[in-house]
Design a protein around this ligand. Structure first.
Ligand code: KG4
Ligand code: ZN
Length: 331
């Protein structure tokens, strides 16, 4: 079975084809990030317009160079959560193409796709596992019992981890999106030159809050963030605090469930320190394993949508005319 995956939840246009026997055949992505550098963040209206332009170019490229269009069995598209205009572009393309080819079309939850995407590369991941979902808009700890059986153990009460990374990066005058840039700068920082608070770590439960840390960091930037070394020290203290918070809560979740497998997914899972510290924690306390994607699949992509489309293909409706999107769709 071949599944065409279409991802347009925010500012990346992703198109991919997953084959249930051969694996991932095609994975194309168009990043709009450079466009938003001058604004320091995405502009939703521009995102939708760019998706319309780039989705046509990417689909044409795939279908002109390959005879693959005749072999597609199902189309899977991101139906939420995300920006409504961006979601509508992908959904409209998916449903129209499905109708014209007379094949089933399946709406996919973007966060479920992130969560299960490491299974695309690593077939040895088995249920159950604890999922740490960390992206630009979400910070969640999820007990993943089986496909479709998700128990949300912890959620973010304010800014998501990725959003906090991006906002602090902007204050440090780093280019958008700032997460990976801040992390690069942090490598040059002196450990423990600054020590930043870790909100809610002593709080019972597994929820997160990053807004206090963000405010604290903002104050330090205003007071001390003048030269490059001080900026690097601030980046280092901020990154250390975020990773500590994420892993303290994740450790609690693993203990609570007595599970040995951890999956980290979403854009922030590209963070090398988070990966390294998670590996240490799993080895030291759980004699367990941590799984994450290679870098190209951490941030938004069409491959994860195609793959989860395959996993969920039994639910596909033969070509649907109603274009479904839900900007606030919870996993
Ligand atoms: O999953 P994603 O591509 O989009 C959403 O679904 O939100 O995640 C994007 C987020 C951004 O906030 C970006 O700054 C963050 O992931 N990110 C990182 C790193 N690479 C991307 N954050 C920290 N360290 C990184 N290396
Ligand atoms: Zn995402």
């Amino acid at each position: 079975m071949k599944v065409l995956g279409i991802e347009t939840s925010c500012d990346d246009t992703g198109i991919a084809v997953y084959d249930s026997e051969k694996g991932l055949l095609i994975n194309k992505i168009y990043h709009q990030k450079k466009l938003y550098n001058m604004y320091g963040g995405v502009i939703p209206e521009l995102c939708s317009r760019e998706h319309i332009r780039s989705i046509t170019i990417l689909l044409k490229k795939i279908f002109q160079s390959d005879s693959i269009i005749q072999d597609i069995d199902i189309i899977a598209y991101t139906a939420g959560p995300g920006l409504v205009g961006s979601l509508l572009v992908g959904a409209t393309f998916a449903c129209s193409l499905g109708f014209s080819l007379d094949i089933p079309v399946l709406p996919i939850n973007h966060m479920e796709a992130h969560l299960l995407s490491p299974m695309l590369e690593c077939k040895s991941i088995e249920f159950p596992f604890i999922g740490l979902l960390v992206s630009g808009k979400h910070t969640e700890i999820i007990a993943v019992h089986a496909l479709g059986k998700y128990e949300i153990l912890g959620n973010c009460l304010d800014d998501a981890a990725g959003e906090a990374f991006d906002k602090i990066a902007k204050l440090l005058e780093l280019p958008y999106p700032g997460g990976s840039e801040l992390s690069k700068l942090a490598c040059q920082g002196i450990k423990n030159h600054f020590y930043f608070p870790r909100p809610m770590i002593k709080h019972p439960g597994l929820n997160f809050s990053f807004s206090g840390l963000k405010t604290f960091t903002t104050q330090v930037i205003h007071e001390s963030g003048k030269n490059m070394q001080e900026k690097a020290n601030i980046a280092r203290a901020f990154e250390d605090a975020v990773i500590d918070i994420l892993l303290i809560k994740t450790k609690k979740a693993l203990k609570q469930k007595r599970w040995k497998n951890l999956v980290i997914a979403g854009g922030v899972s590209a963070n090398h320190l988070l990966r390294k510290e998670a590996e240490k924690m799993m080895e030291k306390y759980f004699n367990g394993q941590v799984f994450y994607n290679s870098l190209e699949f951490c941030t938004d992509n069409g491959a994860m949508i195609a793959y989860v489309g395959f996993l969920r293909h039994l639910e596909a409706k033969n070509p649907q005319l109603d274009i479904l999107v839900n900007p606030k769709w919870s996993i």
